[in-house]
Design a protein around this ligand. Structure first.
Ligand SMILES: Nc1ncnc2c1ncn2[C@@H]1O[C@H](COP(=O)(O)OP(=O)(O)OP(=O)(O)O)[C@@H](O)[C@H]1O
Length: 307
């Protein structure tokens, strides 16, 4: 785990790197790990994704926000190989990944979290974790044919899984069914499982959905720790407090397009962003406190003040 000093150093480095980036859609970044161009996905005449240009800064926490139906999940699916674009190209760490299978995207180091499906709920926590490792022994014919090689790889995977479970305070749940976990513990498991693949970039789909306030702080801490360890984080989230408190950079989508980019405060005060939200659903408060109770908010505030 990073120390407090290294944590603020990592954040300061990211903030400094993004300081001169223009607050415009498609802004060029000094060290992008992901660069996407002309990415489109059409569903029966609807342009679910219509992105001209997007760069994600290496080592930063970037939030992807936008009203319901804006295309955020579709863009995640395209970038991670779970859906095919109508057109478009993108590179991850300089390597072209457009139209490549999900397994190859994962091996390249770009990993997304998944909500626990029914099948995964019926598996234990440790079995879920083991599934997150990208290189299973069976993938390599030589290793598969030589039992000592795959046994040692199996052991390595189990050890890594147990270390992650301890870090995420899920070690006491090791042999419980994933379906028995609380909403927050599921989110922790989803994140821990994604880390089994040792990603260079992790993509989190609504990490705060269904999380009770007691686990909110812990989840935020884990996400910051990832950034502080050098992992790039891209996440989709509706909870605006989380977006404000944790993101180094925010990208706003509406109707498939990127309509704004910038640091959280600048983006949330942008009239185009407020319009996009209010135009889509009037009940959204960009400062909604629903998820974060007073104790969590106080501790987040003091954390911000100490930066
Ligand atoms: N498989 C599909 N078939 C047809 N239309 C789809 C499909 N997937 C998404 N869409 C449409 O594409 C648009 C973008 O949807 P998407 O789920 O990507 O938005 P989102 O920003 O993730 O929304 P939310 O915040 O509600 O999850 C919507 O109009 C949606 O109805």
């Amino acid at each position: 785990m990073p120390t407090e000093a290294s944590s603020s150093a990592a954040r300061e480095a990211v903030v400094a790197a993004l300081r001169d980036v223009e607050h415009v859609p498609g802004a060029k970044k000094p060290d992008p790990i992901l660069v996407a161009d002309d990415v489109r996905r059409n569903f029966g005449g609807v342009n679910a994704v219509d992105v001209d240009h997007l760069e994600v800064q290496r080592g930063a926490i970037t939030a992807l926000i936008g009203p319901n139906g804006a295309g955020k999940t579709t863009l995640f699916n395209l970038l991670t190989g779970f859906d095919r674009p109508s057109s478009g190209r993108w590179t991850f760490d300089g390597r072209s990944l457009g139209g490549v299978s999900a397994a190859r995207v994962a091996r390249a180091g770009m990993i997304r979290t998944f909500q626990l499906t029914k099948a995964l709920n019926r598996m234990t926590v440790i079995e879920n974790m083991r599934l997150g490792a990208t290189t299973q022994p069976g993938e390599n014919l030589f290793a598969a044919l030589v039992p000592p090689v795959w046994r040692s790889r199996e052991q390595e995977i189990t050890t890594q899984a147990e270390e992650l479970l301890a870090r995420f305070k899920l070690d006491t749940k090791r042999d419980d069914f994933a379906g028995s976990l609380s909403g927050g513990q599921r989110k922790l498991l989803e994140m821990a499982r994604a880390l089994m693949a040792r990603p260079r970039m992790i993509m989190l789909d609504e990490p705060m959905a269904g999380v009770n306030p007691a686990l909110t702080q812990s989840l935020l801490g884990h996400i910051q720790a990832l950034r502080d360890d050098g992992t790039t984080v891209l996440f989709v989230e509706h909870d605006m407090h989380m977006v404000r408190h944790i993101s180094d950079w925010v990208v706003v989508m509406t109707e498939g397009r990127i309509v704004a980019e910038g640091p959280p405060d600048s983006v949330m005060n942008n009239p185009a962003v407020i319009d996009a939200y209010l135009g889509a659903h009037h009940d959204t408060d960009l400062g909604d406190d629903a998820l974060l109770d007073d104790a969590v908010l106080d501790s987040l505030r003091s954390e911000e003040e100490s930066r």
